[in-house]
Design a protein around this ligand. Structure first.
Ligand SMILES: [Zn+2]
Ligand SMILES: [Zn+2]
Length: 228
C-alpha cells in the first residue's frame, strides 16, 4: 500500500524484494511491515529486505504481527549473527481491538483473528481515500466479514478451486456462501493467494462469486495496482 511517499508492506513472502524494485518502490522506503501470520510464504523475504536495507544504510524497521512474532523474529535474526547488532528492529505484537497508526502514515489500522491453522491477523487499513481489508490466510469467517463490512475493497485469499473440500483456506464456493450469508456492503473483492491447483480455474472463480456478489471481482496478480 502506498500513502504519499511511504509504502506500507503487508506480508513479505518470497519474491517481494524483487517485486518492489519492479514496482519502482525503493526498498529503503519500506520500514513498516504488517505480518498476517508467520507461515513461510508470508515472511520469507523479510530478512532479505532487512539485509538489503542495511546494505544501503537503512537500519531501522518496524514489524507488526500476531502473538509470538517477537520470539519468532529474534530466533530468525539470531541465525544471522553478522547482521544482529547492525539493525534496529522494533517488533510489535498486535491483538484485536488495538487500533493503531504506524508512525509516518496517515491511516488507522484495525485487526481481527481470522481462521487459520496458526494465529492469523486480518487487517483493515482506513485512509482518507477509502478502506481496505486484507484477510491473510483463512477460511471464510465472521470476523473477517465483520471487519470488511463497509470496506471499499476486500483482498481475500482464495487458495483452492471451487468445490475443493478444505479447512484453514478459502475456495470461491466457500467465499460465495459467506458473502451471501452476510450481505456485507463491500465495494469490490480481489482474490489472492492462489495455490498452483487454482490455475485454470480463474474464470470459474469469478463467475461463482458473481452469483452472490454485485461488486467487482478482481483476480490478484503480481504488480497489480488497485486504487481506491
Ligand atoms: Zn498460512
Ligand atoms: Zn499462505
Amino acid at each position: 500500500m502506498r500513502l504519499e511517499e511511504k509504502s506500507l508492506l503487508i506480508d513479505c513472502g518470497s519474491g517481494v524484494l524483487n517485486r518492489l524494485s519492479e514496482a519502482e518502490i525503493l526498498h529503503t522506503k519500506v520500514d513498516t511491515v504488517l505480518l498476517s501470520h508467520l507461515h513461510l510464504d508470508h515472511v520469507a523475504d523479510l530478512m532479505c529486505l532487512l539485509k538489503a536495507n542495511w546494505l544501503c544504510g537503512k537500519t531501522d524497521m518496524r514489524v507488526y504481527g500476531p502473538k509470538r512474532t517477537e520470539e519468532w523474529f529474534s530466533r530468525v535474526l539470531g541465525a544471522y549473527d553478522y547482521i544482529l547488532d547492525k539493525v534496529d528492529v522494533e517488533v510489535i505484537e498486535l491483538f484485536p481491538g488495538k487500533d493503531f497508526t504506524p508512525e509516518g502514515f496517515d491511516c488507522e489500522i484495525s485487526c481481527t483473528y481470522a481462521m487459520h491453522s496458526v494465529p492469523n491477523l486480518a487487517y483493515r487499513v482506513a485512509a482518507e481515500d477509502g478502506k481496505f481489508v486484507y484477510s491473510g490466510d483463512t477460511e471464510p469467517c465472521r470476523n473477517v466479514m465483520d471487519l470488511a463490512a463497509e470496506a471499499d475493497l476486500l483482498l481475500h485469499e482464495c487458495s483452492f478451486p471451487p468445490g475443493t473440500e478444505v479447512t484453514n483456506h478459502t475456495t470461491p464456493s466457500t467465499l460465495a456462501e459467506i458473502l451471501e450469508e452476510f450481505e456485507s456492503d463491500i465495494g469490490s473483492i480481489c482474490l489472492t493467494h492462489f495455490y498452483p491447483n487454482m490455475r485454470g480455474h480463474e474464470k470459474e472463480a469469478i463467475s461463482r462469486l458473481r452469483e452472490y456478489f454485485e461488486g467487482e471481482v478482481i483476480l490478484g496478480e503480481d504488480l497489480k495496482k488497485l486504487e481506491m
